[in-house]
Write a protein that binds this ligand. Structure first.
Ligand code: ADP
Length: 517
């Protein structure tokens, strides 16, 4: 990738900044060739990757090197974009929001600092991956389990900072205590960690006074160099209740049945159902089913369902913990679904020591889906949050699916039910080399942002290109929260050096870049 300079910086000023960075990390860890820049592009970019092209990357080895880099960035007025392992696929990967920003790759800070099996927590550096932490737990026979994202290639810290979630729930909710480098280079610890030597840093969330952990989540107020994260004990037993719903409309009663089970804690974590298509996208290519340019029709949907023996919606409800409690909860679940005879439930049991679902292993198999159209694949997810009311969930499905059909994109969705809300992840898969398909995908995405906003909903997380659009949806009292975020940004980061544009938060220095994608 050819060099795209940061805005407002001359080539010689840029060069001076890079030389200064090199003096901190050494020649080897300043990555500024065309090939290096290519490495940090958004590999799934649904449009021109130059829209979010970094000018270089720099890889520090310690929090003090991060501090030194941040201080130099202020001196040289050059913007930085921190990544942990940079596998934020579908949301921008390792690329920055603003072209020309220098990526700070934290992959070398990869120590597992502490794991406490009794109290169920770990303290990690940002470069620790799900595979590495899983391996550590297994090798040392530590009976704790990881909350795993579908694609587990990335880091535990980066995923929690982006509010990744899974069947285990919202991963950012497990954060307890952060070490952060602030935009001017100061180092702080949040919560109880703000008191030197206090051992309750990873145990009590809030400390004294305002609670800051979540202020560093999905924000550009600091670079996280350590994270305390709560882990659950490996369960004594698991009952998996597979669920198959034959019709699209069955999502309505499903949602209403699940709400009280989740709120009462009978079902643990998120409960989800995914549409039929995931059975085919992970195993086959679209051309094996259909070659039309329109969204795959009902006749093909029926073939997919028949071949893989799946419903229109499919999922698993997980009862995990003590065997006798699980058995009692299973009866409650079966009673709750008795009034919904079309829901086909399939019960399977696991006990500690068996291979399988008690402690699921990380996997990258779901990445296989990007082969659906062939070519160089990619995907985008449009994920609004909505109330769990069955009627509203059905309306959301119908409204969204109509739009998929209008733009000729195959409908693929998951509804994650947390009890008090539903996250509706709509998956759009494309071949990056098919200009017409990527154009239609982007048009669909923009239409969904607008249409969901009209229904009163917005996304919980989004791709770099849509951060300004999604931030704009949060418009109560003339965007009062957005204004607070930018007031805070300017106070913490007067030179605007940290992740300009992240989550729609632009510093004074780069507000002229807002809306440019
Ligand atoms: P993962 O390693 O899980 O794939 P990424 O490194 O791609 O996650 O991080 C996703 C996003 O989260 C980044 O683009 C960045 O905006 C933010 N982020 C990741 N790590 C940090 C960090 N240590 N400090 C601050 N922000 C971070």
């Amino acid at each position: 990738m050819k060099l795209i300079l940061p805005p407002h910086l001359t080539p010689s000023a840029f060069d001076r900044a890079l030389r200064a960075f090199e003096s901190v990390v050494g020649k080897q860890w300043l990555l500024a060739t065309d090939e290096d820049r290519e490495t940090y592009l958004d590999v799934y970019a649904p449009g021109d990757p130059a829209a979010h092209a970094p000018s270089a990357a720099v890889a520090p080895a310690s929090a003090s090197e991060v501090q030194a880099l941040v201080r130099l960035a202020n001196e040289h007025r050059i913007a930085l974009w921190p990544i942990s392992r940079g596998k934020n696929f579908g949301y921008g990967g390792s690329a920055p929001r603003m072209p020309g920003t220098v990526v700070v790759d934290l992959g070398r800070l990869d120590r597992i600092l502490e794991v406490d099996a009794q109290l169920g927590y770990c303290v990690l550096e940002p470069g620790v991956g799900f595979f590495g932490l899983y391996e550590h737990l297994k090798t040392n026979a530590i009976p704790l389990q990881l909350a795993l994202p579908g694609n587990a290639w990335g880091s535990v810290v980066g995923n929690a900072l982006e509010r990744g979630f899974s069947v285990a729930g919202d991963h950012s909710a497990n954060i307890c205590g952060l070490e952060v480098v602030l935009p001017k280079g100061d180092l702080l610890r949040t919560g109880m960690g703000a008191m030197t030597g206090n051992p309750t840093w990873p145990l009590f969330r809030h400390g004294f006074g305002p609670s800051w952990d979540q202020v560093f989540v999905q924000s550009n107020f600091g670079i996280v160099t350590k994270m305390g994260l709560w882990l659950k004990p490996e369960p004594q037993a698991v009952i998996n209740v597979g669920i198959k719903l034959p019709q699209a409309e069955d999502i309505k009663p499903w949602s209403d049945v699940v709400t009280p089970l989740r709120i009462a804690g009978v079902l643990d974590g998120n409960v989800s159902v995914t549409s039929f298509q995931s059975a085919a996208t992970i195993r086959t290519q679209r051309s094996e089913w259909y070659t039309g340019k329109d969204s795959i029709p009902d006749s093909v949907i029926a073939q997919i369902m028949a071949k893989y023996d799946v419903g229109w919606w499919n999922g698993t409800m997980r009862l995990a913990g003590f065997a006798d409690v699980n058995e009692a909860n299973l009866k409650v679940v079966q009673r709750a679904f008795a009034g919904m005879p079309q829901a086909q439930l399939q019960v399977s049991r696991w006990y500690q020591g068996d291979p399988g679902p008690g402690s699921p292993a990380p996997s990258v198999l779901p990445l296989q889906i990007i082969n659906w159209h062939g070519g160089r694949g990619g995907h985008l997810g449009f994920s609004p949050i909505m109330p769990p009311t069955g009627r509203l969930v059905l309306e959301q499905l119908q409204r969204t699916r109509r739009r998929f059909i209008e733009f000729g994109i195959d409908y693929s969705a998951t509804f994650y039910h947390s009890g008090r809300h539903v996250a509706n992840v709509n998956l759009m898969i494309y071949n990056k080399d098919d200009a017409d398909l990527t154009r239609r995908t982007r048009a669909l995405f923009a239409a969904l942002v607008e249409e969901s906003a009209a229904a009163g909903y917005a996304e919980y997380r989004t791709h770099l290109s849509y951060m300004d659009d999604v931030a704009a949806c949060f418009n109560y009292n003339d965007h009062a929260l957005w204004k607070l975020n930018e007031t805070l940004k300017d106070a913490l980061d007067p030179n605007g050096i940290l992740a300009p544009g992240k989550s729609g938060i632009w510093p004074q220095a780069y507000r002229d870049q807002r809306g440019r994608t």
